[in-house]
Design a protein around this ligand. Structure first.
Ligand code: SF4
Length: 461
């Protein structure tokens, strides 16, 4: 006789046939594709000015768009190069953007309070120590590193050793985030990212790990070539021994029309073609990963993130404070995200904007002395209400009608009468329950939560 979890796995399989893979991730609302291409650097400055009257904690994201080796699954905006001169040429541009912000704040009497800095990419670990020293000094002129709550960096374990980690600690870094993806050798080979656990173990030896008081994050991918429920279970058995504090279990985003190199995963090396798990298989892999993580004591924090029960995001989840942005779930301790570097996105209280793509376009825009923005949006009141509802559903799997009604002075049932009607089918399919006090996503519905979110998206057909 099947147990309850097996029945749920069956239900997920059947539901996946109906609810395909085509929902937005809802990192932002409205989605970037609906932002205005007329939003300029001046518009960004006008929105930044509002920080003077409504100060709120901020996070600085610094993008370093270079890598040594191409991972075939990658959808990040990065350039593969063995030429270190490319980085050396890029850094002065990045410094000029950081200076733009610093001068703007000084000239306008804004004293931003930065709570966190995150170095991402690309591979920040590509920077050698002299350039890293200079970058940290430049950041320090804007944010006061000594007063940060968190200073994090993305680590490529293939190109980082223990000495380098000690050096990062000396620069004030207190959280590291490692791209792990999968431990099955066949999968690693197919994605061109071979990194057996022997490579990672020394980086997490107790005396090294203890240097990063805020913790260790792992990124794992679901939906890779040759990946199976069994391979992901084994991967998480290894990961459980390594005991990261937070795990981001992303679904592979396969978009060969924009990331042509992704076809290399399917074509295979040396004429050994394979295929990617389909939507239902991907759901089965994710489900197995979830079961493994639960068995190892991890808490699900939102749709695709997991944390140890004592971790900050797990606490923020129980305190209803947790937030979600492009870097994953957060403890909700900051409001603004300022992104510097090409294609970085900035989030302010009621606006988003994004920098131009590509280092060439970025260099051209930096020359103009304006924020190198190419699109953005100012949220209407309706956008703000919908964003909050979507965030609640995505993060907490439920939304209280009374909370939204008192915050925005609306009657939820009247405001969202169409959406509630549209949810009827998902209710019948067992994904959602609409009760008197609020809406709750079921255990089955959690696997399809982005579809539930999409019912509140006014921009989609
Ligand atoms: S290291 Fe990260 S950013 Fe660079 S190619 Fe691999 S996945 Fe992409």
């Amino acid at each position: 006789m099947k147990d309850e979890t097996d029945t749920l796995t069956q239900d997920i399989h059947q539901t996946a046939e109906k609810y395909s893979d085509q929902a937005f991730m809802y990192i932002e609302y409205p989605h970037k594709s609906f932002w205005s291409p007329d939003f300029s650097g001046e518009d960004a400055a006008a929105e930044l000015l509002k920080m003077r009257d409504a100060p709120a904690p901020s996070m600085l994201y610094v993008h370093l768009p270079f890598c040594e080796k191409l991972c075939y699954f990658c959808t990040c905006h990065t350039e593969i190069t063995g030429d270190y001169g490319r980085l050396e040429a890029y850094l002065p541009l990045l410094y000029r953007e950081i200076d733009l912000y610093r001068r703007f704040f000084e000239e306008n009497g804004i004293e931003p309070s930065f709570a966190e800095v995150h170095l991402g990419g690309g591979s920040p670990t590509m920077l050698r120590e002299p350039e890293f020293d200079a970058l940290v000094a430049k950041i320090d002129a804007l944010v006061d590193i000594a007063s940060l709550r968190e200073f994090a960096i993305e680590i490529d374990p293939r190109f980082t050793d223990v000495e380098r980690l000690r050096y990062y600690h000396g620069k004030g870094i207190n959280r590291i985030s490692l791209g792990v993806q999968e431990f099955e050798p066949r999968v690693q080979e197919a994605i061109n990212r071979v990194q057996p656990r022997e490579l990672i173990d020394p980086l997490l030896a107790p005396d090294v790990r203890g240097l990063f008081a805020h913790g260790v994050n792992f990124d794992v991918l679901c939906g890779l070539p040759h990946q199976t429920p069994e391979s992901i279970r084994k991967t998480f058995d290894v990961i459980a021994e390594m005991a990261p504090d937070r795990i981001c279990l992303n679904h592979l985003h396969y978009a060969p029309e924009t990331a042509r190199h992704q076809t290399l995963m399917v074509d295979g090396k040396q004429g050994r073609p394979t295929r990617l798990p389909d939507h239902a298989e991907k759901k089965a892999i994710f489900r197995e990963a979830y079961k493994a993580l639960s068995a190892h004591g991890y808490v699900r924090t939102g749709y695709d993130h997991f944390a140890k029960p004592g971790d900050g995001v797990a606490r923020a989840l129980s305190e209803n404070k947790m937030k979600w942005n492009a870097l994953g779930v957060t403890t909700g301790d900051y409001t603004n995200v300022l992104g510097v570097g090409p294609h970085s996105t900035s989030t302010l209280a009621d606006a988003y904007y994004q920098n131009v793509y590509g280092t060439k376009a970025y260099a051209d825009r930096i020359e103009t002395g304006e924020f190198p923005v190419f699109r953005g949006t100012v949220l209407s009141r309706d956008d703000q209400i919908r964003r909050e509802v979507i965030q609640k559903i995505r993060n907490f799997s439920k939304v209280s009608f009374a909370d939204i009604e008192s915050k925005y002075q609306i009657n939820f049932h009247e405001y969202f009468s169409l959406e509630i009607e549209l949810l009827g089918e998902m209710c019948r399919d067992g994904l959602v329950e609409v009760r008197t006090q609020g809406l709750e996503v079921t255990e089955l519905g959690r696997e399809f939560v982005l579809f539930v979110c999409s019912q509140f998206d006014a921009y989609r057909d």
